[in-house]
Design a protein around this ligand. Structure first.
Ligand code: GUN
Length: 308
């Protein structure tokens, strides 16, 4: 998969998440085809409550990817005023449906719904987001054979592994700094790096002198959700940088409709960081595309396990 790495003018390897994601989707489609011949068609149910435009876009691409992989794919779109009880009843129905191997409830949910309660209603074996405490616990005890791992950190690890392989360096023994401590990215990412035998630090909004913490890292994973917070000169020469952030900020000029343009940036100042890094993911086109392909990979895994 050498074609996922391109050398930039600064000499850094730019890690192409689109190419890596396409390769994973290809493998998943092949795996699904094999499973289908044995009588099981992987099934993914995506549940969307409300009309948040960003969530609508995500859910649509998840359904599309599922169809591309040959999965049985269903989408449940519920009105914003759906009660917590009705949403939980739907999740329970999907838990009991043998044609469904993966359930994803798109976040954020409307404020009147307790998201954690809903996520904990999903059967752990069908929790393809990997957000259920059972899956978080299995990951924490290093049992990846039974866990379903959250998609964004799982995809980030693949990109990191490709870059480290190309650089001829093991992850084991590296100083890895994860900036951000969310349950969705920061904490599971730290667990994955620990399982790879990195020495892991989790930094966050209350970390003192974040610059000097990042400066000692051989591997930096940025997942804070603050545009370009990690400055280029914080990056240790030769470090590998995985930028999980996707932040929409003001761009330059006006679009065709005469509105101010916007653009996507990561949590890392890319232009500054690529001067120091050995390898780095761009935004967009880095970690972003990996989330959906790992969701498909988790659905295939869940379907395979359902067979025993
Ligand atoms: N909203 C934004 N990202 C995600 C995700 O990975 N899973 C779910 N369920 N909702 C999200």
């Amino acid at each position: 998969m050498a074609d996922i790495l391109v050398t930039s003018e600064s000499g850094a390897l730019i890690i192409d998440g689109k190419a890596a994601s396409a390769a994973v989707l290809d493998e998943v489609a092949k795996g699904a085809a094999e499973l289908i011949t044995s009588g099981i068609r992987p099934g993914l149910a995506v549940v969307l409550v409300g009309e948040d435009p960003a969530s609508q876009v995500y859910v649509k691409s998840k359904g599309k990817a599922a169809e591309t992989c040959g999965f049985h794919s269903v989408q449940h779109t519920l009105p914003v005023e759906t009660s917590q009880a009705d949403l939980i009843a739907l999740v329970q129905k999907l838990n009991a449906d043998p044609a469904i191997h993966g359930i994803l409830v798109q976040l954020p949910l409307p404020k009147h719904i307790d998201s954690q309660l809903v996520l904990e209603t999903i059967a752990p074996a069908k929790d393809v987001d990997g957000f259920h405490p059972v899956n978080a616990g299995l990951l924490a005890i290093g049992d990846r054979k039974r866990a379903l791992v959250p998609c964004t950190p799982a995809g980030s690890l693949i990109l990191l592994q490709k870059a480290m392989e190309a650089l001829g360096r093991p992850i084991a023994g590296c100083d890895a700094v994860v900036v951000g401590r969310s349950n969705i990215v920061g904490k599971p990412m730290a667990q994955l790096l620990l399982a790879e035998s990195a020495t892991v630090t989790i930094a966050h909004s209350r970390t003192q002198d974040l610059a000097s913490v990042v400066k000692r890292a051989d591997i930096v994973v940025a997942a804070v959700g603050i545009p370009e917070m990690i400055k280029g000169d914080w990056i240790k020469p030769g470090a590998v940088v995985i930028d999980v952030g996707i932040n929409r900020v003001a761009g330059e000029g006006l679009n065709a409709k005469g509105e101010p343009k916007t653009k996507l940036v990561g949590d890392v100042d890319f232009a500054g960081a690529e001067k120091h890094a050995a390898a780095i993911t761009p935004v967009p086109g880095g970690v972003g595309p990996m989330t959906i392909c790992m969701l498909m990979s988790n659905t295939l895994t869940a379907a395979r396990r359902s067979k025993g």
